[in-house]
Design a protein around this ligand. Structure first.
Ligand code: KG4
Ligand code: ZN
Length: 362
């Protein structure tokens, strides 16, 4: 089964065609990230406007890569048929992110997908963006890496807007265990980067500075940042205190005229360690409590190399199999949307699909 996935929840505009939930036939991602670098973060209105510009060309490109030429997106008038359009684009169904995300951005993808489903008379599957992040683990370049079944599993989703821990007993069998009480892990990276004068998106910027610091610089700054809620018996997260702790350090260093490149490197390193320690610690604790077979990671923050390394090191003497998505599939793309729709195939009438910016887990 070939599904055309459409993703527009934030600042990426993406379309992909995936076969049987695992084989990527095409995957196109356009991003308005460069524009947001100038403003140090996303302005929702700007992101939505960029979605409008990119979406049709991105869908066309995804279809062209697989089928040679793009189908016309305009309805053909036909006096013989009440149906407005008959051309078969070569796909079996559509899938679209309905939430969570920025309302303006979501609406562009949802309304476009609905229109295409109507024109092409194809089934359409509404997809939860967060659940979809986990399906990066089922995709190329290592198809079927999760066979035999990895369930039950603990799933950690860490993205720009969310940090959630779930018990996954099977496809569509998710139990939410906890999430962030304030800032998400990605948001913490982004906000701390801003405090340190590093460019958006903060995750990759902090990772780069932390790596530079780790190899070589003299460590004579005594900075220790908190690991919020790490040792408490809850599966919730809280990262806003960490951001405040960094702000305090920055202000102090500025007063002492010591806020230089080395200090930025040290703070980036410490902040990254703190965020990762909490994510790894809580995930392993959940795995122990629920006696699962594996741990599945998803979301933009899981692109972080240090996080991957710390998970591997911490899991070495444990019985859990770790599933980490390919780096380019960790951040937003549409292949994960199509894959999620295949493994959770519940098509609905295009008339009933609506964008839901605060969609949670079912
Ligand atoms: O999943 P994603 O692409 O979009 C959302 O659904 O939010 O995640 C974006 C987030 C941003 O906050 C970004 O700073 C973070 O993922 N991120 C990283 C890395 N790459 C992206 N965080 C830490 N290390 C990275 N290498
Ligand atoms: Zn995402």
């Amino acid at each position: 089964m070939r599904i055309l996935g459409i993703e527009t929840s934030c600042d990426e505009t993406a379309a992909a065609i995936v076969e049987d939930g695992t084989k990527i036939l095409s995957s196109i991602v356009a991003s308005s990230q460069k524009i947001h670098v100038k403003t140090g973060g996303i302005i929702p209105e700007t992101a939505a406007r960029e979605q409008i510009k990119y979406l049709i060309p991105v869908i066309n490109k995804a279809l062209t890569q697989v089928f040679g030429k793009p189908p016309s997106l305009r309805p053909k008038p036909s006096p013989l048929s009440p149906k407005p359009y008959t051309l078969n684009p070569g796909i079996d169904a559509l899938a679209v992110t309905v939430g969570p995300g920025l309302i303006g951005s979501l609406l562009i993808g949802v309304e476009t997908a609905k229109t295409l489903a109507y024109l092409w008379q194809k089934p359409i599957v509404p997809v939860n963006h967060l659940t979809a992040h986990l399906y990066a683990n089922w995709l190329n370049p290592k198809p079927y890496t999760l066979n035999p079944t990895p369930f039950p599993a603990i799933a950690l989703i860490a993205s720009g807007g969310h940090t959630d821990l779930l018990l996954m007993r099977g496809h569509g069998k998710l139990k939410w265990l906890g999430g962030t009480r304030d800032d998400a892990a990605g948001e913490a990276f982004d906000k701390i980067a801003r405090l340190l004068g590093l460019p958006y998106p903060g995750g990759p910027s902090i990772a780069k500075e932390a790596e530079k610091f780790a190899i070589g610089k003299l460590d004579d700054l005594k900075i220790k940042l908190p690991r919020p809620l790490m040792n408490e018996d809850v599966f919730d997260f809280s990262f806003s205190g960490l951001k405040t702790a960094v702000l305090r350090e920055v202000n102090q260093l500025k007063t002492m005229k010591q806020f230089n490149n080395e200090a930025v490197g040290k703070l980036a390193f410490e902040a990254q360690e703190a965020i990762i320690d909490v994510l790894v610690g809580k995930t392993i604790r959940a795995a122990q409590k629920y006696k699962v077979k594996s741990i599945i990671l998803g979301g933009g923050v899981t692109a972080n190399q240090r996080l991957r390394e710390k998970f591997k090191l911490s899991l070495r003497p444990t019985p859990y199999t770790l599933h980490v998505p390919p780096v380019d599939l960790s951040t937003d793309n549409a292949a994960i949307i199509a894959s999620c729709a295949f493994f959770n195939y519940h098509p609905v009438s295009w008339k009933t699909i609506t964008a839901n910016p605060s969609l949670h887990f079912e």
